[in-house]
Design a protein around this ligand. Structure first.
Ligand SMILES: Cc1cc2nc3c(=O)[nH]c(=O)nc-3n(C[C@H](O)[C@H](O)[C@H](O)COP(=O)(O)OP(=O)(O)OC[C@H]3O[C@@H](n4cnc5c(N)ncnc54)[C@H](O)[C@@H]3O)c2cc1C
Length: 411
């Protein structure tokens, strides 16, 4: 029978950060990841100031800086017919060491974390190993059953199992965790469009003709998100891709210069937007964090940051009790209590934005082309520029700031 102290299901941002922090703190930890590598279709790649500070605390700032990345320190909206840009968020106003979002391919970040964790003798990462079932005995989760790359099966028993396996987590099948789902008005299409050197830089949001378009400047291309009405993707896909490109040229005026846009519908990925959370993140022997505990709307690009901050909080509460063999239920319950206010705050803000910006925008009731009809909060930001620091602050820190366990800090 195989045994570890902490079994982590899933090697995404939450699982890899937690694995690294616990291993550095002297806890035996095994991460099981079903894929063979970290390369996937586009996944979120916004690394917020708090995660950058964490990299610094862990002595990884230099290695992180070597990853291919773009930095975004302002969020802009084009307003008025003359194509002016209005800054609605400014990270540079925050008194912090890393006042920007780094746009880094998620696989590069995960590779870095995995590389670093492998230096620790207490760490083990098993790729191509899919957890198929939780081992439940007498009302307690005692580990997992898994299937490896060769189709072989096994059992891994652990003092605690932590579900970091994303929004389709196995743990969500446990009725006592009580999943609560909130309706969302939109889905998101993700695709790349070539960017020219003198095109607008940074993070740009456009609202025009019942469509929101967000452009993330990635150097020679824009990672582009197009927010569409819920469940309306299939109808669009039945039309030729050239119709999609035509509309894109209309929505983003500087794309109408003869450049190639999107080749085929295969290059346009769909994200089914969900906003949900578990009412309870733990049962005896099991804890859920990251998307497994709360799937976020893409508004604010905050999913990775929250998953990482959950992992930092979990490591801080669990490292000593696990290392010293004195883990109690209260240590696990404290993690949900700590992260609950931030989850509620961010999901609450996302719901407000869905209701007051996304829904009216999709109905064509907001038109940033008309300066006289800008929504009130945006007019206030125009008058009081210091307000531009609040959206980045909330996105970066949520309700509470998390710190890693002391043993994991380097340098
Ligand atoms: C298309 C898209 C775009 C996004 N854009 C952004 C963005 O710009 N910014 C942002 O912050 N967030 C974004 N997000 C959300 C963000 O990616 C997630 O919030 C974040 O990755 C959550 O991290 P996690 O570690 O909790 O879960 P995940 O990243 O989902 O990781 C879960 C891991 O568990 C593994 N796994 C799942 N099941 C099993 C199993 N049974 N056994 C073993 N392994 C398993 C998966 O392979 C995966 O590696 C986006 C999400 C999507 C889908």
């Amino acid at each position: 029978m195989e045994r570890t102290t902490c079994c982590i299901i899933g090697g995404g941002p939450a699982g890899m950060v937690l694995g690294l922090l616990l291993a550095r703190s002297g806890v035996r930890v095994t991460v099981l990841e079903k894929h063979g590598d970290f390369l996937r279709d586009f996944r979120g790649d916004t690394v917020h100031p708090t995660t950058l500070q964490l990299m610094d605390d862990l002595g990884l700032a230099e290695r992180f800086a070597e990853l291919p990345q773009r930095r975004v320190d302002i969020v802009q909206l084009p307003v008025g017919r003359d194509g002016d840009f209005l800054t609605i968020g400014d990270f540079r106003l925050l008194p912090i060491k890393y006042p920007y979002i780094a746009l880094v391919p998620q696989w590069d970040l995960l590779d870095l974390l995995a590389d670093e964790a492998k230096q620790e003798s207490d760490f083990s990462l098993r790729m191509q190993t899919e957890v198929t079932e939780l081992i439940r005995e007498g009302g307690r989760v005692n580990g997992v059953r898994y299937r490896d790359a060769d189709g072989g099966t096994g059992e891994l028993r652990a003092d605690i199992t932590i579900a970091c396996d994303g929004r389709d987590s196995l743990a969500r099948r446990l009725p006592e965790l009580r999943l609560r789902d909130f309706p969302t008005p939109m889905d998101v299409r993700w695709f790349r469009v070539p960017r020219k050197e003198d095109d607008p830089a940074g993070l740009i949001g456009l609202v025009r003709d019942r469509t929101f378009t967000a452009l993330i400047d990635r150097g020679d291309y824009y990672q582009t998100a197009s927010i569409i009405e819920k469940d309306s993707d299939a109808a669009g896909r039945s039309r030729p891709i050239e119709e999609f490109n035509q509309r894109l040229r209309h929505l983003v005026p500087w794309f109408d210069d003869g450049r190639e846009l999107v080749d085929t519908w295969e290059d346009v990925k769909l994200l089914h937007v969900t906003l949900d959370r578990l009412n309870k993140w733990h049962v005896p022997g099991l804890l859920c964090i990251g998307d497994a505990a709360h799937a976020m709307s893409p508004v604010g690009g905050i999913g990775i940051n929250l998953a990482v901050q959950d992992a930092v909080a979990a490591a801080r509460h669990l490292a000593a009790p696990l290392r010293e063999g004195r883990l109690r239920r209260r240590h696990v319950a404290a993690i949900q209590r700590r992260r609950w206010p931030t989850t509620l705050l961010i999901q609450g803000l996302q719901k407000v934005l869905h209701r007051n910006a996304v829904e009216p925008g999709l109905r064509g009731e907001i038109d940033f082309g008309d300066r006289t009809r800008l929504p009130r909060p945006i007019r206030m930001i125009t008058r009081l520029p210091l307000l531009r620091m609040f959206p980045p602050y909330i996105l970066a820190y949520g309700a509470l700031r998390e710190r890693p366990p002391r043993e994991a800090v380097r340098g």
